[in-house]
Write a protein that binds this ligand. Structure first.
Ligand code: AAT
Length: 291
């Protein structure tokens, strides 16, 4: 450990630790679920850390939040009802709200401290909570989905932390079953699905569970996020039986003029990068395949 630097050390990426230089620690707390820290970094703006793992930085959050949201929402016509699991910083809400067809945005985040800290230190991310279509529920996403009415949502976005800690069950089969149940026919799920460099075993599990449960399309996509382990992160995109969803060819392109004026323009997502996100390196293609 280098004094004055934050190093992301975890058994989930043994033998490596990405480091950021700390200018100032702004918040340190412990919630019922996890340790929460915010610091000002020298080169990535403010950084949100949960249990020693980076959740977002001001500089590169766009790459993650825009992709995890617009990959599913641009793949279906007229999304109206969306559920976000996790995502207590509000960034995914900010992105969902860009779509003018949206009528209702539910969010279930387990940890109220994440919401409060984001509102205090990350106003450009937490701005997502200001949209009148948003309903926030503090609770476990697993329980929320079990109780959700059947066939309700056009899209479920699982903006979850890594499977060590409170998010563990969000990577398991029963959870995916309740997501599929809560979606309308031809509805879509997009879930945080880790890195092809580090977690191929986790990814293969997710893929095989999802192939079993989701009778429509099942595809893996990825994006670059410099401050996530290995510099990239993937997403599992699935659709339920019904109108076929072709994730690789977006039918609902998002237009700058569609975006509310109060929200900053898109920094990362566009239709070309949407299609490109599904191209996999050969070693990953062999393991994941496609359907
Ligand atoms: N948008 C920032 C990126 C995240 S945040 C993940 C969120 O999931 C956290 O706020 C965490 O409190 C919440 N969470 C964890 N478990 C649950 C649960 N069971 N139900 C609801 N919310 C939950 C993800 C960063 C990925 C990091 C990659 N290394």
């Amino acid at each position: 450990v280098i004094p004055g630097w934050f190093s992301e050390i975890s058994p989930m990426w043994p033998g490596e630790a990405h480091s950021l230089k700390i200018e100032k620690i702004l918040f340190q707390g412990k919630s019922e679920y996890q340790k929460v820290m915010v610091f000002q970094s020298s080169t990535y703006g403010k950084v949100l850390v949960l249990d020693g793992v980076i959740q977002l930085t001001e500089r590169d959050e766009c790459a993650y939040q825009e992709m995890i949201t617009h990959l599913p929402l641009c793949s279906i016509p007229n999304p109206k009802k969306v559920l976000v699991i996790g995502g207590g910083d509000g960034g995914v809400l900010r992105e969902v709200a860009r779509h003018s067809s949206i009528e209702k945005i539910d969010i279930c985040e387990i940890d109220n401290m994440v919401v409060e800290v984001s509102k205090q230190f990350f106003p450009e991310v937490a701005v997502g909570f200001n949209d009148p279509r948003v309903t926030l529920r503090i609770g476990d996403g697993v329980a929320f989905l079990k109780a959700a009415p059947e066939g309700t949502y056009d899209a479920v976005i699982v903006d979850s932390s890594d499977p060590i800690g409170p998010a563990q069950e969000l990577f398991e089969k029963p959870f995916f079953q309740s997501v599929a149940r809560a979606l309308r026919p031809g509805g879509v799920m997009c879930t945080q699905a880790e890195s092809i460099w580090l977690h191929m075993d986790i990814i293969e599990d997710i893929v095989s569970n999802c192939r079993h449960i989701f009778k429509g399309s099942v595809n893996y996509a990825w994006t670059t996020v410099p401050t996530y382990p290995s510099g990239m992160i993937g997403f599992m995109l699935c659709s339920t039986e019904g109108p076929l969803v072709d994730f690789k060819h977006p039918v609902n392109p998002i237009d700058q003029k569609d975006c509310q004026k109060s929200v900053r323009p898109l920094k990362f997502y566009n239709s070309e990068i949407h299609t490109a996100a599904f191209c996999l390196p050969s070693f990953a293609k062999r393991k994941i395949g496609s359907k």
